[in-house]
Design a protein around this ligand. Sequence first.
Ligand SMILES: Cc1cc2nc3c(=O)[nH]c(=O)nc-3n(C[C@H](O)[C@H](O)[C@H](O)COP(=O)(O)OP(=O)(O)OC[C@H]3O[C@@H](n4cnc5c(N)ncnc54)[C@H](O)[C@@H]3O)c2cc1C
Length: 387
Amino acid sequence: MDFKLTPDEEAFRDEVRAFAKENLSPEARKSPGFLANWLKKVREKRWVGFNWPEAYGGGGGGIMEQVILKEEMAKAGAPPLGLCLMGLQWVGPAIIEYGTEEQKQKFLPDILDSKYQWCTGYSEPGFGSDLASLQCKAVRDGDEYVINGQKIWTSIASWSKWMILLTRTDFNTADKHDGITCLLVEMDSPGIEVRPIKNMAGGSLFAEVFFENVRVPVENLLGDEGKGWAVTVSALAHERSGISEVAGLVRQLEKTVELAKHTRHNGRRASEQPSIRRRLAKADTIIEGMRLNGQRFLTKQLKGEPLSSETSINKLHRAFLAIEFGDLALEMLGNASQYLGSEDTSGVDQNLWPNGVLDWPTVVIGGGTPNIQRNIIAERILGLPKD
Ligand SMILES: Cc1cc2nc3c(=O)[nH]c(=O)nc-3n(C[C@H](O)[C@H](O)[C@H](O)COP(=O)(O)OP(=O)(O)OC[C@H]3O[C@@H](n4cnc5c(N)ncnc54)[C@H](O)[C@@H]3O)c2cc1C
């Protein structure tokens, strides 16, 4: 596949660059209401949900332009284009693919307008990696489903208005992937209890969510009853794709290299230490591999083929890099680990490095652990025997 930009694509890239330059200057970033203004402007340009159908408020744009937009935004260190992150990343795409006309009209514009948050109710105690064994039960009762069960590690459940929820409607299937049903659930429905879980960084990002006789209208069924696994696979592929994340990783590598140049380690500049140089070079090589692999996804997408297992390769590399950049920074900074989890901002770069180290579980575990990605690569790409 030739990825050389056409004149129209180059013009679009220049437009995005000029927009970012004008709206993301240091002065603009310091101005009051910067984020609100930013969100309004990118929405007006229809760059939020860039490739979503225009009929629902999206940009109706092509895949290549979307990649250009995301790459340029990542290079510019731009804030997100919308605040409803899960909505934009996978709930919206799943609704576009599997939703009814009513669901599309009801939910997609709100996601684009960052009106409220969505959370994802997949994992259960004992069923995280082995998600297809989930037990949260939904029973059809007239025009409603009645839900009983529990979810865990549900990010932002405490402040979400809606949840994309996986339930089991059939406990007697030969294949555990059958009988799973995806429902869109309003979080203030009677019978839902959210109990926040405190994480090691001190925050309460995620929660346990309990369902006791929660009634959900049948019109909130996403996809067909018993076929929710297909909805999930599509949503997880969207979560794991992210070709443009490479631009963000390049920025992170550049920052780590800068840190190495300005930090003394074992009596000399860290950037002069062979062990540190080797690790930086390895990170650079991995990022280049991710870029090339990302182009493989892009080729498939441009041909209209669905994304599937190959996105696990980049997810695995991203997990490695999330830990590696944190480890490298802590090694170079030496005593910075004293700031881990602290609100003290007196250290190097306001202690962004040690505090960033505590964020790795989001990238590494969220969306499937490295072992699970390895299993997927081994079985579905390399054709090795099943685990
Ligand atoms: C920050 C964060 C945010 C999250 N947000 C959400 C969310 O919003 N919604 C949601 O539903 N879930 C969320 N999760 C949960 C996440 O998806 C699960 O934690 C993850 O899928 C792993 O499941 P588990 O915790 O049950 O671990 P387990 O599946 O019990 O795994 C434990 C260990 O065993 C290994 N393992 C398991 N099975 C195998 C196997 N077959 N072969 C080899 N090794 C194996 C795993 O790699 C891991 O090291 C979040 C997790 C984190 C850390």
